[in-house]
Write a new protein. Structure first.
Length: 310
């Protein structure tokens, strides 16, 4: 099966160890558009992206990331292309909406969906680079319009869809209701951020409907240990093959700080952003009895199955 990356289509067998939700850059798209490299230098983004992906590849064999930044979060597929080529790590770009419809309420759901379908079929911003993943999301106070729009896109394109959800408010359940009503294949749906409340009941309830859940936002040790426990509890319930992983971290964040670093010769920010799976999560899972084969299911088999047929 062929999967769209920023360097062109690849087969499922070439995915390898995969993180399903990361960001090279994220946020402030109007600053990028208006100020360009006065806001953040492209060479800084590329240098940092290559360094972080290379480090993760060397540490735990990371081979593919899904970049979860659609257009309204500062997506730049040409930069993603440069970083993928230099690092040797596959990058899959996303299309879609984050938590709202970006103020385009005067346009119908059907009309807005057509634009994202066009990106999937013909490429992003005239580059010919096609997205391989879809994105939508709802926070507790946001409406469900982005979910409705991207449900139409998913049904038309068949691409996997990552739904940003709030674990405390359990917004993923409302998302699933829309997906089910639209007749989507839930084998292509990932409900994200399900471990943030450290409550296994939320992902377990989601999994009863089908599809996948993402354990992500793997930032700090205590939180990672708690999320490893959730993974272990879900695995004990028979859900190991329905869990995918990601840091949901941002390689180039705090754009103004990066500009200052570039101006002062500060160079690459040293902290790791894509290596906590290898540094912390995998050791926590092994403490809980996970084998190397179990780790391969989480990082390789499950993402490959999610993409299968795309």
């Amino acid at each position: 099966m062929q999967i769209q990356t920023v360097l062109g289509p690849i087969s499922t067998e070439k995915l390898g160890r995969t993180s399903v939700h990361e960001h090279i850059t994220c946020g402030a798209p109007l600053f990028f558009k208006s100020f360009g490299e006065k806001w953040m230098r492209n060479d800084t983004i590329v240098e940092r992206g290559v360094a972080q992906l290379t480090a993760a590849n060397q540490l735990y064999g990371l081979k593919t990331i899904v970049d979860g930044s659609p257009f309204a979060l500062g997506r730049d597929v040409k930069l993603l292309q440069k970083i993928s080529l230099a690092s040797g790590v596959n990058i899959i770009a996303s299309t879609g909406l984050f938590t709202g419809s970006d103020g385009l309420y005067e346009a119908s759901v059907e009309i807005q969906a057509e634009y994202f379908i066009d990106e999937c079929e013909n490429g992003i911003e005239g580059t010919g680079i096609k997205p391989g993943f879809l994105k939508c999301g709802t926070d507790p106070l946001s409406d469900l319009r982005s979910v409705e729009i991207m449900a139409r896109v998913q049904k038309q394109t068949g691409l996997p869809l990552f739904a940003h959800s709030d674990s405390k408010a359990k917004t993923g359940l409302k998302q699933l209701a829309i997906f089910e009503e639209a007749g989507l294949n839930l084998e292509k749906i990932v409900i994200g951020h399900v471990g943030d409340a450290h409550d296994v009941s939320y992902p377990a309830e989601l999994l009863q409907h089908g599809g996948y859940v993402s354990i992500d936002r793997l930032y700090q040790g205590d939180d990672i240990a708690a999320k490893a426990e959730i993974i272990a509890e879900l695995a004990a319930k028979g859900w190991l093959k329905r869990i995918v992983l990601g840091h949901d971290d941002i390689c180039c964040k705090q754009n103004g700080n990066l500009r200052q670093l570039a101006q002062t010769g500060g160079g690459i920010i040293p902290e790791s952003v894509f290596s906590n799976i290898g540094d912390m999560l995998i050791p926590e899972l092994k403490k809980r009895g996970f084998s190397d084969a179990d780790i391969r299911i989480l990082l390789e088999s499950n993402p490959a199955r999610l993409f299968d047929g795309c």
